[in-house]
Ligand binder design. Sequence first.
Ligand code: PEP
Length: 259
Amino acid sequence: MPLKPVRLEPIAFCPLLVGNWKMNGLGSAVAEAREVAEALRAEPVRARVAICAPATLIERLARAVKGSALIIGGEDVHPEASGAFTGDVSAAMLADAGARMVIVGHSERRQAYGETNALVAHKAMAALRGGLEPIICVGETLAEREGGHALDVVCRQARGSAPLASDGMAFSLAYEPIWAIGGGQIPTRNQIEEMHGALREVLIEMFGVPGGVVPILYGGSVDQGSVANVLKAREVGGALIGRASLSATEFLSIVRAAE
Ligand code: PEP
């Protein structure tokens, strides 16, 4: 009997849209996350949506958005599981509070605390071991871009900061040019595609076939006006959104414009 041809449905592109609240948000900010969660419940979107927030808010946020599609994450994690590390927070603590993701190696931490690629890789491993999905940030300074070193610098960061082994566990990379963060200019689509293409090659070189599907997010001055164009760029699997994620109205307008 001849075999019936199988029709493959195209896999729907499901971007990951992550808000990064940085060192912002008191108890009153829980209402913003609740509003995002309610909107996602009322009108489901074809995107995974997350808010990474200060550690002090995670438990309250997780409780407030429980049962919705909104994912809550942390903004940093210690590489060790526990111990004498005053002031730090482990992956298990974040997960226990309700986090499912965590940002590691953000340029603000690399610059302010001298975080190295090796440390970031250890943080990413700690997150994976603790059941969290790490978002590993990389990005060049303006001087590095203007000096023609952006690709080299960022690919070296990615090679050094990616988890040593992922064993099928989920993580994302986020390309965040430092000069574009916080209301700076946004790179051209060509610049984004060139960098994301190079990062894809690094991921495949490091992880083989699974490296081909690791989401590579773009971050830096993404807003309602730019998000659709950013997500259309080749090898862009989502966006990391700072300032514009602090208000539910603004963040939701980005999530809706991303569709
Ligand atoms: C960030 O710092 O992760 C970021 C994306 O910031 P912004 O959107 O404010 O440029």
